[in-house]
Design a protein around this ligand. Structure first.
Ligand SMILES: Cc1cc2nc3c(=O)[nH]c(=O)nc-3n(C[C@H](O)[C@H](O)[C@H](O)COP(=O)(O)O)c2cc1C
Length: 386
């Protein structure tokens, strides 16, 4: 199948799987521990039924969404994903330009293979920056300063990586630093020549935003080691207060799952949160992000912007989250599979698929615009007295 023929998430996933060696594909697809969370995220969406309303005027469905004072063309954006350059050389900026062209936000990962300056140039109106707080505060604060100078509108602090999680696929595949090229890995790579040529030509991609903090002449492994040592910093609310002080634009916490943490964030003047379990890559026994969304919205929805990611594989997932109170929804693997499979056209294709699916579901439900999505459409089963 070619990228033109892809019609859904699963097609993009299959195309990415075909192009990537297992060691890379598993890094994208995998979760933590027993990977229970992957199913749970999806099941949470499937457990919600949407009740359609008919005989409403649905001519010209409008997905435009206001977020932090900017109007985007869709209610969804691209979640930060690290190491994109390993799946597709230059992939970060392909995602950034796909987001720019679709007029949606692109969140650059704290372990991206590009810099905040690159994103500022490629997608000045659409780039956000996700920060992994560093053990050395000077590094975090310098990155924040650079993101501001590069013109990025929103700082997303990821809070759900207190330690590196247990990803057993990576351990088995030798996805370690440096990459363990076993005989099996090499043979597998050889059967994925498109990816292999890219890798041999360009080598292991550097987590380039961190390059200025590494020793002179550092290679990709040196920088990756530095990031690994630095990013499991003991992050506390004091850091959040400090970042609030020094970052003048929108501040978002990503990875909030508990109502009390959401309340605390609101109290500290944070502008928004992404309710997220990191796509089931951190705490495997966490609830699905959709499961905790309604209580969080009830607690802080009038004080801050509540967004969501984790497990989105259909336009109906996005619409469901919006009906349950999310103001915006992000997706990680969807666009990552697209760009891995077919570069920028693959990322465009992913966004096109999601946009069309959202439109179709809204039309089927009788919801002409984003503002009309809400609790009205959520099926609430009543006890039956037969
Ligand atoms: C390959 C990969 C790399 C990721 N890297 C990061 C990262 O650098 N920073 C971060 O905050 N989240 C990261 N995430 C989590 C995503 O931002 C997002 O929360 C998750 O992918 C959402 O779930 P979904 O993939 O089911 O849409 C990563 C996810 C994947 C799949």
């Amino acid at each position: 199948m070619s990228i033109d023929k892809a019609i859904n998430y699963d097609d993009l996933r299959r195309l990415a799987k075909r192009r990537l060696p297992q060691i890379a594909f598993d890094f994208i697809e995998g979760g933590a521990d027993d990977e229970i969370g992957l199913d749970r995220n999806q099941q949470a969406f499937r457990d919600v039924a949407l009740v359609p309303r008919y005989m409403r005027n649905i001519d010209g469905i409008n997905q435009k969404t206001e977020l932090f004072g900017r109007t985007y063309d869709h209610p969804f954006g691209i979640s930060p994903t690290g190491l994109v350059g390993l799946f597709r050389h230059g992939g970060d900026l392909m995602l950034a330009s796909a987001a720019r062209d679709a007029n949606i936000p692109f969140v650059m990962s704290g372990s991206a293979n590009c810099t905040v300056e690159d994103v500022g140039k490629t997608a000045p109106d659409h780039g956000w920056f996700q920060l992994y707080a560093a053990r050395d505060n000077k590094i975090s604060e310098d990155m924040i300063r650079r993101a501001e100078a590069a013109g990025l509108s929103t700082l997303v602090l990821t809070v759900d990586v207190p330690v590196h999680s247990n990803r057993e696929r990576n351990a088995r595949n030798g996805f370690t630093r440096p990459l363990k090229m076993t005989m099996e890995t090499r043979l597998d790579a050889m059967s994925h020549p498109g990816w292999l040529l890219d890798y041999l030509k360009n080598g292991m991609p550097v987590i380039s935003n961190w390059l200025p903090y590494a020793k002179n002449g550092a290679n990709a492994d040196d920088v990756a080691n530095l990031v690994s040592e630095q990013v499991t910093a003991p992050l506390t609310w004091d850091n959040v207060a400090r970042y609030r002080e020094i970052w003048p634009r929108n501040l978002v916490l990503k990875g909030i799952m508990h109502v009390d943490d959401a309340i605390k964030a609101a109290e500290l003047g944070v502008d928004g949160i992404v309710v997220s379990n990191h796509g089931a890559r951190q705490l495997d026994r966490s609830p699905g992000s959709l499961e905790v969304l309604p209580d969080i919205v009830a607690a802080v929805g009038d004080r801050m912007t509540v967004m969501l990611d984790s497990g989105v594989q259909r336009g109906s997932d996005i619409v469901t989250a919006l009906c349950l109170g999310a103001k915006f929804v992000f997706t990680g693997r969807f666009t990552l599979y697209g760009v891995s499979a077919a570069a920028k056209p693959g990322a465009d294709k992913a966004l096109d698929i999601i946009g069309r699916e959202v439109e179709l579901i809204m039309a089927q439900m009788g919801a002409p615009d984003i503002a009309s999505l809400g609790d009205e459409f959520i099926y609430k089963p009543q006890p039956r007295n037969y």
